[in-house]
Write a protein of this length. Structure first.
Length: 339
């Protein structure tokens, strides 16, 4: 074989290899593009204007694959499965009331992710931000919009077991005063001040008086519903085996998840509603384990998330124990009703 022939063979080989490399890159790009687009049969999502003041809207974190995944997205509350308008604001957890929103976000770093809570105005513009010490879990805003709360895992990443640690924070959105952890509050248990090194708080929910809130407290293997007072900075235990409380709009009942004996360790909860006057519990007609802080659509209807094909779907259920669950939206989590 002459030198010229060898050179021609080498050039041809390089051309073939370059062609293979180009084809591989194009194939990978096409796969990524298909992955980023909404899956067939998934919800329709387009960019547009999203505010916390539009009448009769539901805003939530969009879970559908595509360029708008994790963005705050809005639909008519009367048509929750309809076309979605996405905001470009991404949140892991979200809630809003009276024109104030709280958005818990991940900040992706070269070594590890960090997290923050962002207080949003009516137009989803940032008003303030606060560091969050772990993986975001729950978020709430008081009915007036004055207070916001969030919960994060600072150890572990699930409520199902016992080996986890949480931190619940409350901020006054008017003054910026932050309570980084409810562990700073005085705990009243059985009429006495209670101290323990293993206190955990999560799942804050606010009353309409800008003073009272409810939350879950755990200590020595038992969970408690506690009533908190923002002025005296105290929490008082009310009842055991209550997790992720959610106060009804009229302030008379709390929806919560309750551990039920005999269920799997990784799916131990059923939904209940507690009448705060009589302390009578009503089991709801949802047979599946719900690991969520339910949202009250109105005084008679609850909305909550369950695992779905895209991560989570939203379901609705009457709050009086009747009826049956109904899926209202796929690929959605952290709903708030605004306007």
């Amino acid at each position: 074989m002459t030198l010229r022939t060898r050179v021609l063979v080498l050039i041809c080989a390089l051309v073939v290899l370059a062609g293979i490399a180009t084809a591989a890159v194009l194939h990978a790009s096409a796969r990524a593009d298909r992955r980023d687009r909404a899956q067939p049969g998934g919800p329709s999502v387009t960019s547009g204007r999203v505010t916390l003041a539009d009448e009769g809207r539901m805003i939530f974190r969009n879970m559908a694959w595509g360029p708008h995944r994790d963005e705050l997205t809005t639909v008519p509350a009367s048509d929750p499965s309809g076309p979605r308008t996405a905001s470009k604001v991404k949140c892991l957890r979200f809630y809003a009331a009276s024109g104030t929103g709280v958005c818990l976000q991940a900040v992706h770093g070269a070594v590890q992710d960090t997290y923050r809570a962002v207080i949003l105005d009516t137009h989803l513009h940032e008003r303030a931000r606060y560091d969050v010490p772990g993986i975001p879990s729950r978020a709430r805003v008081s009915p007036s919009g004055r207070y916001a709360a969030w919960t994060a895992f600072v150890g572990g990443d699930s409520y199902a077991g016992t080996n986890f640690s949480t931190r619940a924070a409350i901020v006054d959105t008017r003054t910026g005063r932050l309570t980084p952890s409810l562990e700073a509050y005085r705990v009243m248990k059985d009429g006495r001040t209670y101290h323990a090194a293993d206190l955990n708080f999560w799942g804050v929910t606010f009353a309409s008086d800008d003073r009272t809130f409810y939350a879950t407290m755990a200590t020595k293997g038992t969970t408690y519903l506690v009533r908190g007072d923002l002025r005296t900075r105290t929490v008082t235990t009310l009842r055991t085996n209550v997790e992720c409380p959610s106060l009804s709009p009229d302030g008379s009942r709390i929806a919560f998840k309750k551990r039920v004996k005999g269920l799997p360790k990784d799916a131990p909860w059923h939904l209940y509603v507690l009448d705060l006057r009589t302390m009578r519990e009503t089991p709801l007609a949802e047979g599946r384990s719900v690991d969520d802080q339910a949202v009250w659509r109105d005084d008679h209807t609850l909305v909550y998330a369950l695992p779905g094909d895209y991560g989570a779907d939203l379901y609705t259920l009457p709050s009086d124990g009747t009826g049956k669950p109904r899926r209202i939206s796929t690929a959605a989590v952290s709903p708030a009703y605004v306007g």
